[in-house]
Design a protein around this ligand. Sequence first.
Ligand code: SAM
Length: 216
Amino acid sequence: MQEVIGACHEFHDKEFVDDWAERFVPTSERLELFSVIFLELKAEIPPNGCVVELGIGPGYLASYLLSRMPEIQYYGIDFSRRMLDIAKQRLSPHSGRIANIQADLLKDNWWMDVPMPVNAIITTWSLHDLGSPEKVELAYKKCAQVLQGRGMILNGDFIKPDKAKHEYEPGRFEIAKHIEILCRVGFKNAECLVILEEEIESPTAAQNYACFKGVL
Ligand SMILES: C[S@@+](CC[C@H](N)C(=O)[O-])C[C@H]1O[C@@H](n2cnc3c(N)ncnc32)[C@H](O)[C@@H]1O
């Protein structure tokens, strides 16, 4: 049987989350994605802008950005209590500028506690966990609504590479499809900024990710 590239997560299990957070640390390759997101935010939003991160996890990206953008206000969304606890601890030096919100991106009104206007919605390695292109489309669509006609989305996530030789879990899909969906829900000039850790022949579940940008 052909191997399916993907991962099984138990983000509501404390032991699993603690172990995962220690393993999925920002390596030099992953820091490249953080840098792409940082440079885009720095160029496009006001210095004291409002940034919302979907699936904040252990807070690695938030820590990277909050320490480089000293005036931004930050909101981290995640459905995992344990992830939010780890993020809270990591981000304590920035506690006046970050609020965490426990919510399921597919079930809850995660935007209700976020003050408008939001300048950017960002996310890394999270939306594929929603499970399918249709569910990612629902998330993209909600982001377009939350941004209320002004702002940007940056999604760094696992993809299925164009020349893929393996089957991928349904939440990991082609770059062209991400762009098509972003355009369909209203983002202009949707584009793929970068492809990172590309591996076609023998990929692990932690390789093959890209960063998408859409602007309203
Ligand atoms: C693979 S981790 C990535 C975490 C973090 N963005 C990072 O780069 O280290 C995915 C994160 O998304 C969260 N997540 C997955 N599905 C979610 C959902 N339906 N609603 C809210 N959060 C979700 C998980 O709890 C987890 O923290």
